[in-house]
Design a protein around this ligand. Sequence first.
Ligand code: FES
Length: 379
Amino acid sequence: MSNDDSRQVNGPDGTPEPYADDSHASSVEPHESHVPAHREADPIPDPGLPAHTWRPTDVDPRLEKRAERQIAAMFIAAMLSAVLFVVAYFTLDIGDNWTTFAGMGASTIALGLTLGTSLLLIGIGIIHLARKLMADAEMVEMRHPAASPVEDREATVKALQDGIEESGIGRRPLVRNTMIGAVGVLGLPAVVLLRDLAPGDALDTSKLAHTIWEPGMRLVRDVVGTPILASEIEMGDLINAAPEAMFPTEENGYPELEGAEEQAEKAKGAIIIVRMNPDDLTPATRPDKWTVDGIICYSKICTHVGCPISLYERTTHHVLCPCHQSTFDLADGAKVVFGPAARPLPQLPLAVDDEGYLVAQSDFNEPIGASYWEREKHK
Ligand code: FES
């Protein structure tokens, strides 16, 4: 069937009727350049549209009038409901002397019901209007190729070439080359300005590489700051902890930190401590040197983009980052077993002091947090 054939409907009496007026169709005529030249050779014939079935309201004026009245009735009821909303708003009390209905605020119920009913009736009325009375005709609209017509593209290229010719750039290589250079070098100020987005000492990457942990510093619980006895950690336990320096006292002598520096050190020094069967630890954890009776400590900061982690599954020794599901095996040097993180969690080598409290042997074994340029240099 040709394209013209498909733009037909059968009239109520069954005879085919081409679309003759705009009330029934607004088909877009295909541009000549958009009509494929090989259409005649299509191996599969166009089946066209199925025969049109007229609705009862299209063929029976009595039913059409009735549908019209039904729809109008819904719109009138919607208007009444909206008016009742305003009446309820002004007549029903709220506040200290509620007007109640079945023990509930009558105002709330009335306002909700009237407004809801009004909106519902308008919606149903519009649906009925579309289904029963609006024009019911199939339309065919050609799908145009996304590319512009050939003549438009040629005209654009010609306009560009004319512009270059008129500007004289092609004949003056000195001007052309210096102009290209000037525009290219304009990128340099942008690079310098980007540096201003970071703190003044942004190029000092050693700040990223080191944390406040130092040899002999106690591990303390992260909220209350109490030191942690190795003997009090249960098998399978996970404890969120912090450096003792974040809880300075006269006794421990650590200096008081404030503001951004305090927040930065607190974030960088955050740790998780777990205890597991020492036999489960692989050599990657340095069990003979960096752990205490199966107690092992890692940075709490995910090596993907730095979320804090602590979703621990004790049977598998896996800890999960909630941000993008990176999963680390704490028994195996916190190696990545799943997810986008590219490297293990840094480990904090542990020891116990004379009183049996857990202390750090040093800073983390490598820089914490998300990877960054020059990280390898600080290992
Ligand atoms: S920050 Fe942990 S997986 Fe992305």
